[in-house]
Design a protein around this ligand. Structure first.
Ligand code: ADP
Ligand code: MG
Length: 261
């Protein structure tokens, strides 16, 4: 019935997980700089279905990174509630926060690889502090292969292209088999052809693994490949546009690049 090898079937068995359902309710976040108060998020309500891939768009300063940080418990909102599956992120104590973060993958614009470690060691790094029921380097090797970098295990980041470095960073984010992947401008440092390839890779990984993905991007071409596009402006959600197969890409691009309400 299937042509997959025993080896591949094992990978699939190791990695079946439905993505997390993410819900934000009335989430607000302000930064105080002396007398000045900056509203980064204002009364944000959002629901991201399990296993979907959603783009957060909006101009610089509209709150995209802040939104990812509060969902990933890297920062706490001033008010509101965030739930990721069974986890109420906004009321975790420190220990549970650490456990929660281990179930989330994070990808950044500037890759943030450790320059003195090989690609394989970068990918294995998040597993090293923990006892696991599987071989850590075997898992890291398989995850590198899943992002198309089989054979580059021993390369240092400086020997890899920008697109390859971001693939290593994606493998590192996925090595713990997260229920949710948060990507902050993941293609911001890549040329447009490489950016589209990277987006195709994220879509393929989502198809294989089923995790939920939230991508902050101001690139409408990247956003238009997601399942839906949430537009932020001054910390508020303007609207959410479903990306449907029938819609002309030009019309969608026009809609999501037009930032006035
Ligand atoms: N650590 C911080 N201290 C003060 N202001 C911040 C901080 N982080 C973000 N901001 C401000 O919050 C707003 C939203 O920022 P951010 O979430 O980074 O937006 P985006 O990712 O869309 O560019 C901006 O006005 C930004 O200057
Ligand atoms: Mg940002």
């Amino acid at each position: 019935m299937s042509t997959t090898s025993g080896d591949e079937r094992m990978v699939v068995r190791q990695l079946p997980r439905k993505g997390a359902h993410v819900v934000l309710d009335a989430v607000s976040k302000r930064y105080r700089l002396g007398e000045q108060v900056i509203t980064a998020l204002e009364d944000v309500a959002l629901s991201v279905a399990a296993g979907s891939i959603v783009a957060i768009t909006g101009p610089s300063g509209s709150g995209k990174s802040t939104l990812l940080h509060v969902v990933g418990a890297m920062d706490a909102p001033d008010s509101g509630r965030i739930e990721v599956d069974d986890v109420v992120v906004t009321s975790l104590d420190r220990k549970r926060q650490v456990d929660y973060r281990r179930r989330i993958g994070f990808v950044f614009q500037r890759f943030h690889l450790l320059p003195t470690l090989t690609a394989l060691d970068n990918v294995a790094a998040p597993l090293l502090p923990y006892r696991t029921g599987f071989d850590k380097f075997d898992r890291a090797r398989r995850t590198l292969a899943a992002v198309g970098l089989g054979g580059r295990e021993e390369s240092l980041p400086s020997r890899l292209s920008g697109g390859q470095q971001q693939r290593v960073a994606i493998a590192r984010a996925l090595v713990n088999d997260p229920m949710l992947l948060l990507a902050d401008e993941p293609t911001g440092n890549l040329d447009s052809a490489t950016a589209v390839e990277l987006m195709e890779l994220l879509l393929e990984l989502r198809r294989q693994r089923g995790m939920t993905i939230i991508v902050a991007t101001h690139d409408p071409l990247i956003a238009s490949r997601c399942d839906s596009v949430v537009r932020l402006l001054d910390g508020r959600v303007l609207d959410e546009v479903a990306v449907t197969a029938g819609v002309e890409p030009e019309a969608l691009l026009q809609r999501i690049t037009r930032m006035e309400p």
